[in-house]
Design a protein around this ligand. Structure first.
Ligand SMILES: *Cc1c(COP(=O)(O)O)cnc(C)c1O
Length: 360
């Protein structure tokens, strides 16, 4: 079988050394030494400042909203459900605007139109789907025009740069998920990268029950801290991250080379580097789609319909500015196997199966 995904397993020897350190100090959570070390190493690796580790990528979005005082937002219907459900759990008044049919990311023209029709929203919450950066320049100019705050759900975009800077440096905040299925992980975990140090300080207090540095109480907070054992997993895996991302990106390129004339692929941001987080393909013809999916099943190749349904259809009670592109894409999109343990030979096998099924 060729598996869709296979989580990274941390080297046990290295991991145990970190865990022994924790046991010895007796400092298991609450911004301990490994938390500090992982923060510093991630900031350096990613090329960012003001990185706050949190307990998962869902709370990352919620805490970012609370920190930036975002009580209403326009978001994308084409993402993992957590992008929307985290906003709803947070009580954010949420509306959808459509995606670009080329990049599958939030469409700048649609966003402009939505805000020109209804300017009440405080924030824009957009996802860099499949690690492909949004039109960050375009979204930034719209946010300036209407005076809005931007949060990027960058759960898929660990290690991705746009031009010479990290994609995480765009927007007022970017969020990461370090769930076990992601490119880099701490089993459960995540981070928020803030543009402003003052927002970072505010959020650090909020994720620790709202307790201030001097021990007095501020605004009500939540518990969203990452524990020392989880940081140990992150530190262990981070040693191998260059190797992991370059292998995944190479596999991604092998896929592209062999599939670009056969199926539709999202159009990537021209200045983006690759992290090989997902391998999405789009097939509009239902008949062809069925043929390909059947062939993958027959050959024991896992795939996943990702993302479907379009979230405006999953949450019909929410306002939508019209999301036909997202609805159409979500009907014909699926992801192929892509992970660190996959080989180029595996990729060629998958491509051959798809090629044959498409030419039937
Ligand atoms: C994984 C993911 C999340 C949620 O992250 P968790 O760490 O699992 O809470 C949010 N948004 C996107 C786009 C994701 O892929």
């Amino acid at each position: 079988m060729i598996a869709l995904n296979k989580p990274l397993a941390p080297d046990l020897k290295k991991l145990t050394e970190y865990l022994a350190q924790v046991n010895e100090s007796g400092w298991y959570t609450n911004f301990g030494p490994l938390h500090q070390l992982l923060t510093e190493r991630l900031e350096k690796y990613l090329g960012v400042k003001n990185l706050l580790l949190v307990s998962n990528g869902t709370l990352a979005i919620q805490v970012a909203c609370r920190t930036l005082d975002i009580e209403s937002a326009i978001t994308t219907p084409f993402s993992f459900v957590a992008t929307t459900s985290s906003l709803l759990w947070q009580g954010v008044d949420t509306a959808f605007c459509d995606i670009s049919p080329n990049s599958f990311n939030m469409c700048v023209t649609e966003l402009d139109m939505a805000l020109s029709r209804d300017n009440k929203y405080h924030g824009i919450v957009a996802t860099h789907v499949y690690g492909n950066p949004c039109n960050v320049e375009g979204i930034e100019s719209i946010a300036k025009k209407y005076n809005k705050k931007i949060i990027y759900d960058a759960s898929h975009a660990f290690g991705v740069d746009v031009g010479t800077k990290s994609v995480l440096n765009f927007g007022h905040a970017s969020t990461l998920s370090f769930h076990a299925t992601k490119v880099f992980h701490t089993i459960e975990g995540g981070a928020i990268i803030f543009k402003n140090k003052s927002d970072f300080d505010k959020a650090k207090q909020l994720i620790n029950f709202g307790i201030k540095g001097d021990g007095t109480l501020g605004k009500p907070g939540i518990n969203a801290k990452l524990s020392e054992y989880q940081c140990a997993v992150g530190l262990t895996l981070l040693d191998e991250i260059d190797d992991i991302i370059s292998h995944r990106a190479a596999l991604f390129n092998t896929y592209i080379k062999n599939l670009k004339d056969i199926v539709t692929l999202p159009k990537w941001h021209e200045k983006a580097t690759l992290n090989g987080s997902y391998m999405p393909i789009f097939i509009s013809s239902l008949k062809k789609q069925e043929c390909v999916l059947q062939a993958l099943k027959t050959n024991n190749i896992q795939y996943r319909r990702y993302f479907t349904p379009s979230l405006d259809l999953a949450f019909p009670e929410l306002k939508s500015f019209g999301c036909l592109n997202s609805q159409e894409v979500s009907e014909g999109i699926f992801c192929l196997p892509l992970h660190y343990h996959l080989t180029h030979e595996n990729v060629l096998t998958v491509c051959n199966v798809i090629n044959k099924a498409m030419s039937k």
